[in-house]
Design a protein around this ligand. Sequence first.
Ligand code: ATP
Ligand code: MG
Length: 442
Amino acid sequence: MTLELDDLRVRTLGECRYDSPFAEMLATKKTSPHYVHEDDRVLVDDTVSVLLGRGAPIERLPSLEAAGPRRKVYFDPAATSVGIVTCGGLCPGLNDVIRGIVQELTEHYHVAHIYGFRNGYAGLTRQHRERVVELDLHAVRDINNDGGTILGSSRGDQDAEEMVDTLVELGIDVLFVIGGDGSMRGAMKITKEIDARGLDVAVVGVPKTIDNDLPYTDQSFGFQTAFAQATEFIASVFVESQAAENGVGIVKLMGRHSGFIACYAALSNNDADVVLIPEVPFVLDGPDGLLARVEEHVRRHGQVVVVVAEGAGQELLEQEGRTTDASGNAKLGDIGLFLKEKLTEHLTEAGLPPTVRYLDPSYAIRSVAANAYDSVYCVRLAHAAVHAGMAGRTDTVVVRWRRRFVHIPMRLITSHRNQVDPDGDLWMSVLEATGQPASFGG
Ligand code: ATP
Ligand code: MG
């Protein structure tokens, strides 16, 4: 789908009439305020041939609204109450985002109340709404040193009317949703109910995906921490595989639909001999199949390391009895255990009885605290989200695109998935680093 400029315009609740409290702070310190101008936009494409091909004047080219502090804001800061909710699976950096939002709202906007909803959207339901916590600087101090989310999270569908009743009851003006594609769909459902009631409430999303599979974002927060952690596990099975006769190391990494973690982790330490991702189907048998490659590697080097993304090779697994989680996401078959079994069987038959070391470190990776790079990224995303909400942006998410923080309409973040391009330069780098063929039996 080719996007036009109008598809990229974000919604706003109305004219910004209140002076930003930044003005006072910056004036007294005699620093020059970094304000974003209303017409400050970032081009979606930066490839000259693509832009020329559009044949439109520059102001009509698809572009995104820059995020950041505005001179005027929509909500009267001192009379504003906000809510924060984290939903979906864990990802490094959730606490950094919560902390950044609370700090910005407290230190710079001096808002009236900041409420944290417990355990995802469940915390906005009638049953759990009394468990809401008031957040201040003390409550978020040091939380960035821990993984997970201090607010808790959950999956499962909740009633939009009930959730909006809660927002009304607490007098919330801006709801910040930190979560994945499902959470953003949930946020859109809440926005629809807010619109139906004609309420003046903004909903701003901070997209979360450890797999880096959401579009319109350079790299999602927590991704760098995740692949750095994954690298350590690959290094461990490499050492194990070297120490054993016919040593086979298998590491199953996150990546339900997109193999970015597997690719980056494999490139980072170069110990992987085979990388399998959902975007590139593979076959086991035949002269070009995976089993032949593994056998050849073990014969030649005495060991092999296979890195597999959890969503890879699903077409090879038994489809029967496949279930879904509470949010309706299909549960995947276990490709790691499947490979362990198949490689053991094949190498044994080939006269190379293997010693297999299999690691599935997903939970150990998801639950760590963000590294320094991701912490910086998270706090800046959090600031951008606060500025967006205070300026009355709604149905909007904040992302970083081409190294600039920008606003995009929420529906676009769920419109498709960011995936590794099997014909692109990242996959090419993986092939170069591992020496594996472009595909197995493809
Ligand atoms: P991740 O997949 O990265 O773990 P996610 O946000 O996609 O994160 P989900 O469990 O799918 O995780 O969704 C989180 C919350 O959003 C759940 O409470 C779920 O009910 C709600 N949600 C998911 N999909 C929808 C949808 N289509 N409409 C409304 N709400 C949804
Ligand atoms: Mg999801």
